[in-house]
Write a protein that binds this ligand. Structure first.
Ligand SMILES: C[S@@+](CC[C@H](N)C(=O)[O-])C[C@H]1O[C@@H](n2cnc3c(N)ncnc32)[C@H](O)[C@@H]1O
Length: 466
């Protein structure tokens, strides 16, 4: 077994304190998040291994979804927390086994048997030997099983700075006090300032915080500030490492799906250039696999990424290939999505008439198959078309349709902001400056709320308002 890295953060103590505020709402959030991740509402008949179970909240969630669960953690206090949760909710349950053990102990892993789901959220980067832990964690996974891991992203110099802060946090009570006393007031004040500016109740960010997984803001802060040992890696490095280890066990389609998810993440966070080499790898894997529907989707994603980095000719070639496959498969909806991407390419390159023809066709298809996201995006592009042609007033009708679609959908906030950013100049062009000002203010408010830059709202050749 690998020797333990010191100093170490007392995760278990943090979890013990978290247990005091664990309620039904947090458990329900955790259960829903696990169910969403696994894309299943029912885990009956499955074996679930929770590696580094911490508070035991996700073992409890898996048990609630019906799985037979084995949980373990290195930290005795974490193990005690998981046992306390079992006592509260599944007392004397033979289908929930909780042990103390290490993710770096090969023989311990082997003693646990095989599992349908091996779950290790935010753990392997805290073991002190992340790559070895990634290697060992394959052992208990049944062929065809699911491995769910979360590893801190490599953010370059910032990740290295955080490693220093965390090591100091764990090295002495004085450093701990200094670090908590610096960062916590900073985060509190930053949140307060944003709430005051946007007229929100400043307490709500704490009372309603669930972190998407049922966590608490204070315990997440302490876990983040103190979580040491601390390692990190780029998602593509993890995929490459696992593929090299698992070879035939990782189907090319799985690898290409994961790489596509990473590419989309880069794209969505404004780093399309980083996604380009991934696209080449994805298409190579797809060629080997020959799964045509998947290939078409990946070609479409690659086309959009190439378009974003200004490689229009290559983007068109790739999108034309996607269109040929979807047409051949008789997939109307797939064709409409590819045509929408091609229309966006026409928009960017000033081929207005071609864009309009494609958009009209895609809207017809999306309306026929009731694809709301498609209807939304096609109308948004139609609005862009009018604005791009210098006929902003004509943008109002399609953009109004966009607003109607997501009117009651909170998750569509950013989409709403994107439309408002287009609506403001369009309304001004229509002579309605009061509405234009209202739209502009709401849009800036949403963007700031989401912690984004206003530049994220519009794609070239359109320039966002200042
Ligand atoms: C950030 S917590 C995550 C807890 C839990 N997985 C969750 O999602 O809430 C990290 C946990 O990993 C545990 N851990 C660290 N090194 C470990 C090791 N070598 N083996 C097992 N657990 C370990 C810590 O004790 C801690 O409870």
């Amino acid at each position: 077994m690998t020797a333990l890295v010191e100093p170490r953060f007392a995760f278990g103590r943090n979890w013990t304190s978290f247990l005091g505020m664990l309620d039904d709402a947090r458990i329900a959030t955790a259960t829903a998040s696990l169910s969403t991740m696994l894309d299943r509402a029912d885990l009956r008949g499955l074996r679930f291994l929770d590696v580094g179970c911490g508070s035991g909240l996700f073992s409890l969630a898996a048990r609630r979804l019906g799985a037979s669960v084995v949980s373990f953690d290195l930290d005795g206090d974490s193990v005690a927390c998981a046992r306390e949760l079992r006592r509260r909710y599944f007392s004397e349950d033979p289908m929930w086994d909780i042990r103390e053990g290490s993710a770096l102990d090969e023989s311990f892993f082997k003693s646990l048997g095989m599992f349908d789901v091996v779950y290790s959220w935010g753990v392997l980067h805290h073991t002190g030997a992340m790559w070895r832990a990634l290697d060992l964690i394959r052992a208990p996974l049944r062929p065809g099983g699911r491995l769910c891991i979360a590893i801190y992203n490599d953010q370059g110099a910032w990740s290295r700075r955080w490693a220093t802060i965390k090591r100091r946090f764990c090295s002495s009570p004085l450093w701990r006090a200094a670090i908590v006393g610096t960062f916590v007031p900073y985060w509190v004040l930053r949140g307060l300032a944003a709430d005051v500016v946007w007229g929100r109740n400043p307490l709500r960010r704490y009372t309603e915080y669930r972190g998407g997984r049922g966590m608490s803001v204070w315990h997440d802060w302490i876990d983040w500030l103190g979580g040491y040992p601390f390692e990190f890696a780029k998602p593509e490095a993890i995929v490459a490492f696992m593929r090299a280890l698992m070879k035939d066990e990782v189907a090319p389609t799985l690898a290409s799906r994961v790489l596509t998810a990473v590419a989309v993440l880069h794209f969505d966070t404004g780093h399309a250039a980083r996604a380009v080499p991934l696209c080449e790898e994805i298409l190579r894997l797809d060629q080997a696999e020959g799964e045509r529907r998947l290939t078409a989707i990946h070609l479409q994603v690659s086309g959009c990424i190439l378009m974003e980095v200004g490689r229009s000719t290559e983007a068109r070639t790739v999108l034309d290939q996607a269109l040929a496959i979807t047409t051949d498969l008789g997939d109307d909806r797939g064709c409409a999505w590819v045509e929408l991407a091609l229309a966006d390419l026409d928009l960017r390159t000033g081929h207005w008439a071609a864009a309009k023809r494609k958009l009209t066709r895609t809207i017809e298809t999306f309306e026929r198959v009731a694809d709301l996201q498609g209807i939304f995006e096609a109308h948004r592009s139609l609005g862009d078309l009018a604005i791009g042609q210098g006929r902003s007033a004509e943008a109002v009708t399609p953009l109004r349709r966009c607003l109607q679609i997501w009117e009651n959908d909170l998750t569509g906030k950013l989409e709403r902001a994107r439309i408002l950013a287009r609506m403001a100049p369009a309304m001004a062009a229509n002579g309605d400056t009061t509405t234009a000002d209202t739209y502009r203010a709401e849009c800036l408010c949403i963007v700031s709320d989401l912690g984004l830059d206003v530049d994220c709202l519009l794609l070239p050749p359109f320039v966002p308002f200042s």
